[in-house]
Design a protein around this ligand. Structure first.
Ligand SMILES: Cc1ncc(C[n+]2csc(CCOP(=O)(O)OP(=O)(O)O)c2C)c(N)n1
Ligand code: SF4
Length: 285
């Protein structure tokens, strides 16, 4: 069984004191312990950003790639060994700006991956520029006169693009976030968890208090399999009107389970049928 001690590393913590990433770290550790994640069954893949540093503070297989490219790396790992639990740690910049194209197509293909979107509505690591989820008029180093761009809604985008599990949680509610991460990783298909993550250093608008005042939990009457209702829910954002919970879930074959070549065993377990490829090369010379 995985214990908290198994997950410890020697790396000194680099998040600013009070950063929402601490809550995400705690929830990920809880999920790893409860679900018995270890180096033979789980891989974390991170993009570049404050969120990406998380891989230094959890002793699990991990790959921190180029900015915007966490999802394609995770897709490659999953295709080579679809028995692995592959969890992507990404930011609103990483996944929705430079990585936006990868995000859309991974949703559409329903790869069996879990994407944890550390959504702080700012570029944290590069010291505070406006991101794709920053609100209209947002003032930052890159938009000192106010953001002229309209924000993306990551949940609406994920639903419209075809993700089969779409949820939202808050970094300040570790129990809810733990449950949501576990539900997302158990789901067979592409899971997106939009994690509202205060960046206390650079985002003075979406603060801990702002989220505490405006979040509400979906109740038992909410039906996450109704796509139209989920789409409407995903667009809600306002005073007292930020829903958290599982917004949308459908059962649809994942990309990996739909590939006949991978149905019986993972790619790494297959014996190549052609060992000498010289003849194949010649064909294309
Ligand atoms: C290819 C490439 N483009 C841009 C950058 C610069 N860069 C590094 S982190 C970052 C944005 C980080 O914001 P986000 O992904 O939201 O993560 P956060 O730091 O907020 O967790 C950018 C633009 C880079 N390192 N590499
Ligand atoms: S800059 Fe923001 S996101 Fe990055 S560690 Fe500091 S508080 Fe967290």
């Amino acid at each position: 069984m995985t214990t908290a001690t198994d997950l410890n590393t020697n790396c000194p913590m680099t998040f600013c004191p009070g950063c929402g990433n601490f809550g995400i770290w705690g929830a990920l550790k809880n999920a790893a312990i409860q679900e018995n994640w270890n180096n033979s069954n789980t891989v974390l893949v991170a993009g570049i950003g404050c969120h990406g540093h998380m891989v230094n503070f959890l002793r699990l297989n991990a790959f921190e790639g180029l900015h915007g490219r966490a999802i394609p790396v995770a897709t490659g790992i999953k295709l080579v060994n679809h028995k692995l639990n592959v969890v992507v740690l990404t930011g609103d910049g990483d996944a929705l700006a430079e990585g936006g194209n990868h995000f859309l197509h991974a949703c559409r293909r329903n790869h069996d991956l879990t994407v944890l979107l550390h959504d702080n509505s700012i570029y944290g690591l590069t010291t505070g520029q406006t991101s794709p989820t920053s609100p209209d008029g947002f003032r930052s180093k890159s938009t000192p006169l106010g953001n002229p761009d309209h924000p993306l809604h990551p949940l609406s985008l994920a639903i419209a693009a075809g993700a089969s599990f779409v949820a939202r949680s808050f970094a300040g509610d570790i129990l809810h976030l733990t449950e949501t991460i576990i539900a997302a990783t158990r789901h067979q298909g592409f899971s997106v968890v939009d994690i509202l993550q205060p960046c206390i250093t650079f985002n003075k608008e979406y603060t801990v208090d702002f989220y505490r005042q405006n979040i509400y939990h979906l109740d038992n009457n909410y039906n996450p399999s109704d796509k139209h209702a989920a789409f409407a829910k995903s667009l809600e954002w306002g005073p007292g009107q930020i829903p958290v919970g599982i917004i949308y879930q459908e059962n649809r074959p994942s990309f990996e389970s739909a590939l006949p070549q991978l149905r019986d065993q993972p790619l790494i377990a297959l014996e190549p049928s052609v060992k000498n490829i010289s003849a194949l090369y010649k064909k294309y010379q």
